[in-house]
Design a protein around this ligand. Structure first.
Ligand code: PMP
Length: 367
């Protein structure tokens, strides 16, 4: 069977050892004779899973005691409305940086609850860069950022300080690199990239911020309810949390976030170097803001794009088509993707360049 290289943008590749352990737990969890899918979430064995997952997150990301670690549901998309529901009512204003598709979704939802100031936008260049100079006007309830733009392939490598609460959607780069959690007041992420299977949403929030909420919100949208019930106000996404724990144990074993960051830098460099060298391909994002998680690029014409997609697919490379509205290619290099898969792709790009240039008329040489 052809080896599969999974470059999908999410849900994405998870380590093989994690899948194996999860598969075992579906049949018989820890020799209990029960499946992880049929145990009570109120059992002490599962409570230990929740506690252990929180501890691993604290340890791997260096989450200080000032912040709570919460497990919610509804994906990162639910956070787009839950954040303003808690922190922005009665027509108050919040500042948003418009860096792409998901930032815009967050903006759209926030407008249902208050007024939004777009402090910077890269929309005029299809969000292919991160605006550098911006400042929220006085009185903003918070500033909302998206650290990695999964569709466009841009990433923020430094974060501003304005003396107002800093909120960040880290869905597609959390656990891929070191961050200083204390620089942020509120971090959220859907699980289905570097954390685990879809179903759980991670929130890391400063307690004093949660305590400052002035509004009554429905229990299932109230962060304090999740905090005060150890994320088990209702039935949590048991399997998603369990597999996240396995995945975090794997991350710890391979050397933690600093080691995975080193590997992620190496993988991204390898691919961007080939894109820049190869005369058939061109990167999309500004070099300064290139994402290490989602690499977007195009072929220099449509025929070349179709031919390469077909070739890559015949070699077991999946998930490399660009987002439907963007086109081209998007190659995701999440934590569990081995460097061997990146090498297989760059080797194929080199071979493809050679055969294409040999076989096609001169017009293609002048691209
Ligand atoms: N924000 C970012 C940066 C994303 O990549 C995604 C998609 N995974 C979302 C938000 C939406 O996440 P979800 O599908 O979990 O609602």
């Amino acid at each position: 069977m052809t080896k599969i290289h999974n470059f999908g943008a999410g849900p994405c590749i998870l380590p093989a050892s994690v899948m194996k352990e999860a598969a075992k737990a579906i049949v018989n969890w820890n020799g209990s004779g029960l499946s992880i899918l049929e145990i009570s979430h109120r059992s002490s064995a599962f409570e230990a899973v929740v506690d252990n997952t929180q501890l691993l997150i604290r340890e791997l990301l260096g989450v200080p005691d000032s912040h709570s670690v919460l497990f919610l549901q509804g994906g990162a998309s639910t956070q787009f409305s839950m954040i303003p529901m808690n922190f922005l009512k009665n027509r108050e204003r919040a500042a948003y940086l418009d860096t792409g598709h998901f930032a815009q979704k967050a903006i759209q939802e926030a407008r249902l609850f208050g007024s939004v100031e777009i402090v910077g936008s890269s929309r005029e260049k299809k969000h292919m860069y991160i605006p550098q100079i911006y400042e929220p006007s006085e009185g903003s309830a918070y500033l909302h950022l998206t650290s990695n733009n999964t569709i466009e392939g841009t990433e923020m490598f430094s974060f501003p300080k304005f003396g107002i609460p800093l909120f960040c959607d880290m869905s597609s780069d959390i656990f891929s690199r070191e961050i200083n959690v204390d620089d942020f007041d509120f971090i959220y992420a859907g699980a289905q990239k570097n954390l685990g299977p879809a179903g759980m949403t991670l929130v890391i929030a400063r307690n004093s911020l949660l305590d400052s909420v002035k509004y009554s919100v429905p229990a299932m949208s109230d962060y304090r309810v999740f905090r005060d019930n150890n994320s088990m106000f209702n039935t949590p996404p048991v399997f998603s949390i369990y597999v996240a724990m396995l995945n975090l144990l794997w991350l710890k074993k391979v050397g933690g976030v600093s080691e995975i960051e080193r590997l992620n830098i190496e993988k991204a460099k390898m691919l961007y170097n080939e894109i820049d060298r190869n005369c058939l391909f061109q990167g999309c994002a500004d070099v300064r803001d290139r994402s290490r998680m989602n690499v977007t690029f195009v072929a220099k014409n449509k025929d070349v794009e179709t031919a390469f997609l077909k070739l890559a697919s015949s070699k077991g490379m999946v998930g490399i088509s660009g987002y439907r509205a963007v086109g081209g290619f998007r190659v995701s290099l999440y934590n569990a993707l081995p460097i061997e898969s990146v090498l297989a792709l760059t080797t194929l790009m080199k071979e493809f360049e050679k055969t294409t240039l040999r076989a096609t008329p001169l017009s293609l040489h002048n691209l």
